[in-house]
Design a protein around this ligand. Structure first.
Ligand code: ADP
Ligand code: GN1
Ligand code: MG
Length: 365
């Protein structure tokens, strides 16, 4: 890379001396580095290139993250024994006060304190982890419920607006920009047959039946850092924190975390929804949120898992038909493999839906 990372880092107000930067983590959107400093008693840092093709307004994005982390830090400071450097992300300011750096190639960079001793998992190994994940995202929502001031900037408007996603998807199918449609007719039909059902949550919002809240909107399990005992340390990846509906967070957490296979599993026999993991997520999430959720919102939680899985299938297939412009991919059929795995997961949820609803009722009461 022509970019000199050291020069970028030196525009941030870090403690200590830059020593090295290594690619880090498994995100599909941003590019992440761990930056080490040479002194043992100085912190390390996390450096990211913000994907500004997706996040177009970096100044507003930076402001959102600043407001959210300030609010979470002030909540934590009232809880005895809190570790303010590890339980909330700490953005590092730049000397020009912008909080991000734009380099000569047009990349936008930002930095956080590196949270040491944290674990993040792409896959869960037990129901306790699901419980902890549900609790982490529930806690995140309830701590942000009283954020004062104007609403957070809608960094990605209509991010989980399934209705819009379906309309855009239909348009993409019509255009078939790279001639891939012929390979994916069955998947397109499967998804379009269900399109009316999955417009429900957006419609409920429009009719005022469920309120908008500040939600995370990207609740993959690897966006929760855990400590050495698998307790909650910190919720990360705050780019999509925006007003939205409560079922998005628990829904996406289950989609990602309760899958017995991988998000991009080629072997569909591996893919299904594990009902014990589902139960763990719901139990943890409701423990933290049930005091504030309305009955109508509680009614959307199990549906949210199907909704976010459906939507993710639409998003992966949309990107496949578009020629892979959004998600990082490791093979020409990667987005198609992902689509098929999401469809398989959705089928498994459809089969277990009655049980899922019964579990939500059990923990809501
Ligand atoms: P993406 O949007 O690409 O998913 P993330 O912000 O989630 O990017 O970061 C990618 C990975 O880097 C995370 O899954 C996590 O493992 C790790 N990570 C992110 N922020 C920190 C931090 N402040 N300290 C330690 N590890 C972090
Ligand atoms: C992206 O950034 P990351 O890898 O946590 C995506 C999510 C998808 C997810 C699928 C901003 O999440 O919405 O659910 O990939 N983030 C964005 O793996 O589009
Ligand atoms: Mg992430």
């Amino acid at each position: 890379m022509a970019i000199n990372i050291k020069e970028v880092v030196e525009q941030f107000k870090i403690e200590g001396t830059y020593s090295e930067a290594k690619i880090f983590g498994d995100g599909l959107i941003n590019t992440t580095y761990k930056v080490k400093t040479s002194e043992d008693d100085k912190p390390n840092y996390l450096l990211q290139i913000i994907n500004h093709h997706i996040f177009k307004n970096v100044p507003e994005l930076t402001k959102n993250i600043q407001r959210v982390t300030d609010h979470l830090r002030s909540k934590l400071s009232k809880i005895e024994g809190s570790d303010l450097e590890r339980q909330v992300l700490t953005p590092i300011d730049t000397f020009d006060g912008n909080g991000y750096v734009k380099d000569a190639e047009g990349n936008y960079w930002r930095m956080f304190l590196f949270i040491e001793g944290a674990r993040s998992y792409n896959q869960l190994s037990n129901a306790n982890q699901a419980y902890v994940g549900g609790k982490a995202f529930g806690q995140f929502q309830s701590r942000l419920a009283d954020l004062k001031g104007e609403p957070l900037y809608p960094v990605l408007p209509d991010f989980h607006n399934t209705e819009m996603r379906i309309i855009n998807f239909q348009e993409r199918v019509k255009q078939d920009p790279v001639g891939r449609l012929k390979e994916v007719k069955a998947e397109v039909d499967y998804l379009m047959e269900r399109s009316e059902e999955y417009k429900k949550v957006v419609q409920m919002g429009r009719e005022g039946l469920i309120p908008e809240r500040i939600v995370h909107q990207d609740t993959k399990f690897n966006n929760v850092l855990l400590d050495e005992n698998d307790d909650i340390l910190c919720v990360i990846d705050l780019d999509t924190v925006m007003p939205g509906y409560v079922c998005y967070d628990i829904g996406d957490a289950i989609r990602n975390g309760a899958n017995t296979g991988l998000e991009d599993d080629k072997n569909l026999d591996n893919v299904s929804m594990n009902i014990e993991l589902f139960e763990g997520f719901i139990k943890g999430f409701l423990e933290e949120t049930k005091g504030v959720l309305t009955p109508a919102e509680i009614d959307t939680l199990a549906f949210g898992a199907k909704l976010l899985t459906y939507e993710q299938a639409v998003r992966f297939l949309d990107d496949y038909i578009d020629g892979d412009n959004y998600y990082k991919t490791n093979a020409p059929d990667h987005n198609l493999v992902r689509t098929r795995a999401q469809i398989k997961l959705l089928q498994s949820m459809e089969e277990q839906f009655e049980q899922m609803e019964a579990i939500v009722k059990k923990y809501a009461n």
